[in-house]
Design a protein around this ligand. Structure first.
Ligand SMILES: *Cc1c(COP(=O)(O)O)cnc(C)c1O
Length: 225
């Protein structure tokens, strides 16, 4: 991995810091998740060696292979759509699952994490924009599920995640991101996962505590490989 990606990583960290400062937020108010999906373990290791410890993956098998090959102190975040037959594998490797979009899935994670004797943190994926093509719970369903989760022992719901609709303008971004932040405040949950390479500054201005950034660090993904 050439140095320009390390430069991009350092640039992203600077941009996060300046977005936090502009919003009058604490310097450690937003954690960076380096989204490494489709990139090889060697690329992850280079960014790891530059100091990054949180990485995001969206496929269970890819996560398992990378977790086995890379240092044990990496904190893995699962950000993809989670199929029920992949829960056991994901629970074994991920510290945080960002994409819980049904009560059934959350209950399954609770049961399997118990069987595997692990604790996992979960965020509920919310479809704030109401876009039909998107995964995610309605805000009302997410609030209800957050309440139901209080009695669970092996999975802890700590907040919410959303994705802005593709091609959204600044006003729409603000509406979606502020909506998720308000939902988290209303539920008394502190974690708000929102913002990707193209929109993380707006997300931070709206209160994001976790930003998921791939392209701006690693470059364009090649899905044909
Ligand atoms: C791929 C992905 C990202 C990163 O997107 P970039 O535009 O490459 O920064 C963030 N969140 C989710 C859920 C993703 O699938």
């Amino acid at each position: 991995m050439s140095d320009y990606r390390i430069e991009q990583y350092n640039e992203v960290k600077k941009e996060i810091a300046s977005a936090l400062a502009s919003a009058g937020r604490a310097p450690d108010g937003a954690e960076l998740i380096a989204v490494s999906k489709t990139f090889p373990a060697s690329d992850i290791l280079a960014v790891y060696n530059a100091g990054q410890r949180r990485f995001g993956e969206s496929k269970a098998d890819e996560l398992a292979a990378k977790a086995a090959a890379l240092p044990g102190d990496i904190e893995w975040h699962f950000i993809g759509h989670l199929q029920s037959n992949k829960v056991r594998s994901v629970v074994a490797h991920a510290h945080v699952i960002h994409s819980v979009d049904s009560a059934k899935l959350l209950e399954r994670i609770e049961r399997i994490a118990g069987e595997e004797h692990v604790q996992v943190e979960a965020l509920l994926e919310v479809n704030i924009s109401g876009e039909a093509s998107k995964f995610g719970l309605t805000p009302e369903a997410a609030e209800e599920l957050a309440r139901q989760s209080i009695g669970m022992h092996n999975v802890k719901v700590t907040g919410f995640m959303t994705m802005a609709p593709e091609g959204a303008g600044e006003d729409e971004l603000i509406r979606v991101f502020s909506g998720l932040k308000k939902l988290a405040d209303r539920c008394g949950l502190g974690k708000v996962s929102m913002g990707m390479s193209g929109d993380f500054k707006t997300a931070i201005a709206c209160g994001a505590t976790l930003v998921r950034i791939g392209t701006a660090i690693f470059g364009k993904r090649d899905y044909s490989k």
